[in-house]
Ligand binder design. Structure first.
Ligand code: SF4
Length: 267
């Protein structure tokens, strides 16, 4: 596909895996075939994520931003639904990342007929991240996107790299990973359904106002961000400020959804 001139997209979250993948692929794929794409999640992203991606992209590789077309933030959607995303209902990833990224890649391909509808969609997923991810196939046809004259394959180029390998690739390239790795183990949404209590506590210290907003939403909808069904103040030890509304009595069970997602962290 690459030798035949396909477009090669780098799905970039700003995290270490995306960064290492970008470094490695930029050595083997002609620059004119590469494009990076990032789905910004606005207020819930760590500050300076887009700047970090821009600063570490190889020269000549464009960056496309793929926001949700509705303009609604993840927190808007949580309040509308009255529930957080869940391990098996990851509508956050599907609706705020994968969908907008695929939309932008379709547009990019359509506007550049020299690629003849061929796309290799690269994702920085690694075997080591979880048992669910270890079962993934590193190269497979993307049937959902392979319509209307397009031929699209999903590729996991760093599938076999360890966490140490990833940091080594970044270091050997003379780059630094996203600043958040100096504080947390993952570069995800500031408060993620997969965050450990330690990461949630550290995130709350780094972004106290956003933490208060998350904690207030939990109380007002009666549903916890954490799949453990423990409210943020209980997990972090950091209370909600006195001006917050009264809590509901107990966490609500998440509604079942037909949309089941990979139960692994996505960054
Ligand atoms: S980082 Fe976590 S909360 Fe954010 S979109 Fe991904 S799974 Fe959802």
């Amino acid at each position: 596909m690459i030798r035949a001139g396909a477009l090669v997209s780098l799905s970039h979250s700003g995290g270490k895996d995306s960064q290492a993948m970008t470094i490695l692929l930029s050595r083997i794929v002609p620059r004119q075939q590469l494009v990076a794409v990032h789905a910004p999640l606005e207020v819930v992203d760590w500050p300076a994520t887009i700047e970090h991606i821009e600063a570490t992209l190889p020269d000549g590789v464009p960056l496309i931003l793929a926001p949700v077309s509705s303009g609604k933030t993840l927190l808007d959607r949580v309040e509308e639904r009255g529930m957080w995303p869940g391990i098996h209902q990851r509508w956050c990833t599907a609706g705020h990342k994968r969908g907008p990224i695929e939309r932008e890649l379709r547009r990019y391909l359509k506007a550049r007929p020299r690629f003849r509808g061929r796309l290799v969609n690269c994702l920085g997923i690694r075997r080591d991240e979880s048992t669910a991810r270890a079962k993934k196939t590193p190269w497979r046809k993307n049937e959902r996107m392979s319509v209307a004259g397009r031929e699209v394959f999903d590729w996991l180029p760093i599938f076999d790299l360890s966490t140490d390998d990833v940091f080594r690739v970044i270091r050997d390239a003379g780059q630094a990973p996203h600043w958040i790795y100096r504080h947390l183990s993952r570069c995800s949404c500031s408060f993620c359904i997969f965050s450990s209590p330690d990461d949630l506590r550290r995130a709350a210290e780094l972004r106290p106002d956003l933490y208060q907003r998350y904690a207030r939403i939990e109380r007002s909808i009666g549903h916890t961000l954490s799949p453990t069904r423990r409210y943020l103040p209980e997990l972090t030890g950091i209370p909600i400020r006195a001006d917050s509304p009264a809590p509901c009595r107990r966490p609500r069970r998440p509604r079942l959804s037909a949309q089941r997602e990979d139960p692994a962290p996505d960054r």
